[in-house]
Design a protein around this ligand. Structure first.
Ligand code: ADP
Ligand code: ADP
Length: 218
């Protein structure tokens, strides 16, 4: 059976940062719904055009667009032995759909690390986030700066500040998290998959805690 892990946490908790590390450590692909949307925006696809307004205003993109996009990604051969999901599911309905998608191939979610950070810290993290144009590698101007300002350490591409990383949009995204995504905490706790991780620790410590949580649910 494949290893399917869902990284849960509010915007800015460190899901993308951790996913890059954990996916490499466990040799499974990192599947980020936000990255998939941003690829579509960059390539100006029909899907990207449909998603743009929702993303710019900090709202969730409707399910009929989101679920089929993630299902297509999970159907590719690199995901047959598992995947690290980041940013999906974001509602209980998406969680049920994910269970159904995995079940078709006899798979289930094995672990849901929940990265906990206070709203105040999240605002500071998101307003200082810099993202790489080429592959979405993530930096912070103070907490995790690149070696050369404005340039990705890994692939040398330019760093940019996401359009949705401005104060008003961040506040909207945090409200959306509390209203629509937070119910997933209980959803996965009831299934005995949830492991709470203190996301305020340094990046390496959070990685260790997540890897430990995955071990604990083997
Ligand atoms: P998410 O994918 O959950 O939205 P990111 O991984 O993009 O979160 O991280 C949000 C911002 O916080 C980035 O600028 C990142 O560099 C920074 N960050 C991530 N983890 C930590 C941490 N443990 N301590 C301080 N800053 C962090
Ligand atoms: P962050 O981790 O900083 O919140 P993401 O990159 O995960 O950002 O998501 C950016 C935006 O993409 C969200 O605000 C939302 O508009 C859209 N999005 C990403 N994942 C989903 C999802 N599972 N369902 C609906 N919309 C999504």
């Amino acid at each position: 059976m494949g290893k399917f892990i869902v990284l849960l946490g509010p915007p800015g908790a460190g899901k993308g940062t951790q996913a890059e590390r954990i996916a490499e450590e466990l040799s499974i692909p990192h599947v980020s719904s936000g990255d998939l949307f941003r690829e579509n925006l960059g390539n100006e696809t029909e899907l990207g055009k449909k998603a743009k307004g929702f993303m710019d205003s900090g709202k969730l993109v409707p399910d009929e667009i989101t679920i089929s996009m993630v299902a297509e990604r999970l159907s590719r051969t690199d995901c047959k032995d598992g995947a690290l999901l980041d940013g999906f599911p974001r509602t209980p309905f998406q969680a049920q759909e994910l269970d159904a998608i995995l079940k078709k191939n006899g798979n289930v979610i094995c672990c849901v690390p929940y990265i906990m950070v206070s709203d105040q810290d999240l605002l500071e993290r998101l307003t200082g986030r810099w993202t790489c144009k080429a592959a979405g590698h993530i930096y912070h101007q103070t907490f995790n700066p690149p070696k050369d300002s404005g340039i990705c350490d890994i692939d040398g591409s330019a760093l940019y500040q996401r359009d949705d990383d401005k104060k008003e949009t961040i506040e909207k995204r945090l409200a959306v998290f509390h209203e629509q995504t937070a119910p997933l905490i209980e959803y996965y706790r009831e299934k005995d998959l949830l492991v709470e991780v203190d996301g305020t620790q340094p990046i390496e410590k959070v990685t260790e805690a997540i890897l430990k949580s995955v071990q604990s649910k083997k």
